[in-house]
Write a protein that binds this ligand. Sequence first.
Ligand SMILES: [Zn+2]
Ligand SMILES: [Zn+2]
Length: 422
Amino acid sequence: MLAGCGDISASSVSVKRNIIPDSAAIVSAGSNEAGTASAASQVDSSADAQTSSAESQESSELKAGSQSESAAAATDAPDKTSGTGEMTIHFLDVGEGDSTLIESQGHFLLMDGGDRDHSSFVVSYLKKQGISTLDYVIASHFDDDHINGIVGALHVFTVSEMLEPGYAGTTNVYQSLKNIESQKSIVPVVPKVGDSYNMGSISFTVVGPANYSHDEENDNSLCVLMICGNNRFLFTGDAQETSEKEICGTGISLSADVLEAGHHGSSTSNSETLLNAVSPKYMVLSCGKDNSYGLPDQDVIERIRDKGISMFRTDEQGTILATSDGTSITWSTEPSTTWAYGSVPDRTNAAGSESWDSTISYNAAGDTGTSAKYILNTHTMKFHLPGCKYAEKISKKNYAESNESRDQLIAEGYSPCGWCNP
Ligand SMILES: [Zn+2]
Ligand SMILES: [Zn+2]
C-alpha cells in the first residue's frame, strides 16, 4: 500500500507571518505576493485528498477496538497567536536532539524533549504557550537527546497520558524518567501498531515499531502518524533502516505530506524504502548547527533533494511551525535551499559526549584503537577507511574490521565508500 502521494509535484509553500511566537526563529523575506515560481500558493493537497481519506479509513479499520478516549480536557484554550489552524506543529530548535510540540484546539502533545542542555528551553517554551496540562507526552525512545526535556516537562506540567516504547533504557536519564513518573503516579502506556488516539480535532496512530526487541534501541522508536483532516505528518524518532522496512510492511499506509527526517538526518535512517512509502512533500530535519557528529549525512541530503522534497531544518532556521487546517499546510518560514550536510565528526567530542546515541559512541570509541586497514559494513557491503565518518556510524551488529586487500574485498562483494575512497 505504497500509493497515495506519488502524484504530488507542487513544492510551493505559503508563509504566514502572524503565527510565529517570539521564540520561533526566522521568517524568510520571501513573499507570496512576489508571485515567484518557488514561493507561491498554498499547498494543494486536494489532488490526493480522496486517497488520503480512503487511507485514513483503512487505517482506522485496522486499529478497530483500540480507539482511546480523548484525554481529559486541558484548561481553557489559551488565547495565543499560534493556534490559528486545526493543528500547529512546533518543531523546536533543541540543537542536536529532537522535540516537537503539537497543539489542536487548546490541547497539547509533547513528543520528545531534547537533551540536557535544552530541557529548560523546552519547559519555558511550553509555558509561553500557556500550557498547564499536556494531554499526551510521547517518548519516542530513551536516548538522552530525546528524553531529558520530557523529564523536565513531567516535573512542571500535568500529564494526562504518557506513551513509551516497551523496552528498558540503560541511562541515568531513563532512571530519572521512571522516578518522576512514579512520583507523579503516571503509568506509561506501551502502544502497539495500529493503536489510535484523539486530541482536539486530530488523531494519531502508532505505526511502529513492529516489535520492541530490536538490538538497536533506536529501532524500538515509536513511530507516530498525525492526522489532521487530509494532512498527515509522520514521525519515526531515531528508527533505523531495519525498523523503517518493518513499518512499511504493517499494512498501514505511511503516505504523508510531512516526514520528520529520521535520526537527525543520519544515513542509518531515511532509507529509500521509507521515503518511497511516505512520499512526502516536505521533510523537517532536527539537528544541531555544526554538530560534531557530521549530521546530516550527505547521502541523505542528496536523496531528499533528488526527490524534489522541500526541506526545513532547525539547525539553520531555528524553531519551525507548520499549521494545518486539514487541507493545506502553512509554514512559518520558507524551505531551506542550502542542502548543506555535516562535516567529518570530531571524534574526541563524539566519544566524550553523554548526549548521543549508543550506536555512535560505541563506534566512535571503538575505532579509535583500531589498527585494521578497512572497516566493513556487513549489511550495506561497503568498506571504509578507519577514519571515515560513515565507518563511525555502522551499528554494532553490522560492524567488522578487515586487513584484506582492496581487491579481495571487492571480490567478496564489498564496494568502496564514495566518501572516503578507500
Ligand atoms: Zn536514538
Ligand atoms: Zn536522537
